[in-house]
Design a protein around this ligand. Structure first.
Ligand code: PHE
Length: 339
């Protein structure tokens, strides 16, 4: 009997089939309920004890061989059908296609860019590694000016003239040097400040700064532009401007948007005031215009700047700025449905 089973093993191994039905018939013949294997298994109890071991081994061998044959033949059949463009089983579930998502910083940057491009602002870019002139001096921050300490700077090696830009105002200087008014431009980009990393601040972050230069540009124009922006981005239509100081603008202001006090979160993020600070702004200082070869007698303008992380944190209720840079898929995948 053992030889007979071995014969079956050889049959199974040399078996070949081209159609689904043939394979199925083969499966039933060997592995079916009333198939050859079950017959031998039933036979097992009648086998003399000293032969049981060998008998067990060969029927297991037959079983494995038959199972493997069925799997291989099925696979071959499927592959050959796919090659021909015929799908074996149309009810087979599709293979999931993972879609990516934009990074929340990009989403918010694109939103801000679009809002300003709708009112005629173009986008300008500049280098992340800057010289002292474009990051500081041209912006009314001469050497040893105490306000340089407002933005702790990373310098490149030992050259005090080369640094990582601390704001994208440097791009605006470049833009003014190369373009004549009227100017309407926004400069999104990555900036660097030598600050301790915490939930609230990071040494690398992103800004969008804006610049508008023309004849007779007034503070009221700036206020209306910023109001338009806050309405578009946050859907909030109340802002206030608090006097502030920036070396490159005069007068300068900090913009707060009225967020409201409807929910507990509103209370927490606005510290119970309902107001949230969202950007800095001001009328471009005549010294800055002069440094960039624009005549302040003829032209005036305003500038503003905001941190993209801060705005993204407000829009998406993100508690910790470090989440943006950790590449944690559980975080990033939540933005799949966004733009
Ligand atoms: N450059 C300022 C900053 O980085 C922002 C700003 C831009 C303020 C333009 C006023 C006008 O903090």
């Amino acid at each position: 009997m053992i030889d007979k089973i071995k014969g079956h093993v050889a049959d199974v191994e040399s078996f070949n089939a081209k159609t689904k039905d043939e394979i199925e018939a083969f499966r039933i013949k060997y592995l079916g309920k009333k198939g050859i294997l079950n017959e031998y298994f039933a036979e097992f109890k009648n086998v003399p004890n000293e032969q049981k071991k060998e008998f067990g081994q060969v029927i297991n061998e037959l079983k494995t061989a038959a199972q493997e044959k069925v799997t291989i033949l099925k696979e071959e059949l499927e592959n050959s059908q796919e090659e021909k463009g015929v799908y074996g089983d149309l009810s087979r579930p599709g293979e999931p296609v993972e879609i990516g998502s934009r990074h929340p910083i990009s989403i918010v940057k694109n939103q801000i860019t679009e809002i300003f491009s709708n009112i005629g602002f173009n986008v300008s870019e500049g280098p992340e590694m800057e010289d002292d002139w474009h990051n500081f001096t041209a912006l009314n921050l001469p050497e040893y000016h105490p306000a340089r300490d407002m933005q702790d700077t990373f310098f490149i090696q030992t050259d005090p003239d080369i640094l990582l830009r601390t704001h994208t105002s440097s791009v605006q200087v470049r833009y003014m040097e190369e373009n004549k008014p009227p100017i309407r431009t926004i400069s999104p980009g990555r900036v660097f400040r030598n600050e301790a990393i915490s939930a609230r601040s990071h040494c690398i972050f992103h800004q969008v700064e804006g610049l508008y230069i023309d004849k007779d540009v007034s503070f009221a124009d700036m206020k209306q532009t910023i109001l338009y922006f806050t309405k578009q981005l946050f859907g909030k239509s109340k802002i206030r401007l608090r006097p502030s100081y920036f070396p490159f603008t005069e007068p300068s202001a900090e913009v707060d948007v009225y967020w409201g006090l409807e929910t507990e979160t509103d209370y927490r993020i606005t510290k119970g005031t309902g107001w949230l600070e969202i950007m800095g702004c001001g009328m471009v200082d005549p010294n800055v215009l002069r440094n960039c070869n624009i005549d302040p007698q003829e032209y005036s303008g305003f500038a503003f700047g905001m941190g993209i992380e801060r705005i993204a944190m407000l829009l998406y209720q993100i508690e910790d700025i470090r989440m943006f840079y950790e590449n944690d898929l559980r975080f990033l995948e939540q933005f799949k449905s966004a733009l």
